[in-house]
Design a protein. Structure first.
Length: 233
């Protein structure tokens, strides 16, 4: 059969926010079918508004893996930075939009996977003094039994920053290594600034419309719905 030499690409459009989960490319090679999973990744150190962005994109209609009713209930108080709503691209079945602060740690692995394509990376940016202050507030309001648990066996954010010292230099290093890796592999990047994302829906529209499409009124509606559920980040 000569189908081995003929590759047909069937592309699903995701210009409309409602259809943003339809992003797989099916490649037919003879009798074999290879599925390339395409994704937008939200990353960066915690406490920078990434959970709000997942909530916003969920209300916009993007495939985040959560329904509008789940984006609040699924938050995990002992996840990285206490936010949750995360997926690991190394695991199968991830939605189109993947939030994962630890993405930098395995970006090389993902870039070289033939069945995964990172279309875009959204990096959250915030004044580092405000980030540390936010972590301090999170730690103080975390129940004592959870603080005991993460103190005995720290993981994720807590393994690096929980305790008496969380120097700016550590956060700067994390951000630099992330941007260096993205530059190295040529991944398209959009930077989103906190707290601007919480204050200006037109900013969200201008920055995210090239990725997700949609009308500006959809962004306003999603913004106000997400803002109602915003945690103190």
């Amino acid at each position: 059969m000569e189908g081995v030499s003929q590759i047909h690409h069937l592309r699903e459009s995701h210009c409309d926010p409602v259809d943003s989960g339809l992003v797989n490319i099916v490649v037919y090679l003879g009798l074999e079918v290879a599925v390339v999973s395409k994704h937008v990744v939200i990353t960066g150190p915690g406490r920078m508004g990434s959970s709000f962005l997942v909530q916003f994109l969920t209300h916009l209609g993007a495939d985040t893996g959560f329904s509008p009713w789940e984006v609040r209930d699924k938050k995990d108080p002992i996840a990285d930075g206490g936010a949750g709503l995360e997926h690991d691209l190394r695991k199968p079945g991830c939605p189109y939009v993947v939030k994962h602060p630890a993405f930098r740690n395995y970006i090389c692995e993902i870039i070289h996977k033939p069945d995964v394509e990172v279309e875009h990376v959204i990096v959250m940016v915030r004044d580092l003094r405000a980030v540390i202050g936010s972590y301090d507030k999170l730690w103080l309001r975390t129940p004592w039994w959870i603080r005991l648990k993460v103190s005995l066996k720290p993981s994720g954010f807590w393994s690096k920053y929980a305790g008496d010292k969380r120097p700016d230099s550590e956060l700067r290093r994390e951000m630099y290594l992330l941007l260096e890796a993205l530059a190295q592999y040529g991944v398209p990047v959009t930077l989103l600034h906190h707290p601007t994302i919480l204050e200006d829906p037109e900013y969200l529209y201008n920055r995210l419309h090239p990725i997700f499409g949609g009308e500006i009124q959809d962004y306003w509606t999603a913004y106000h719905r997400a803002l109602e559920r915003k945690d103190d980040e």
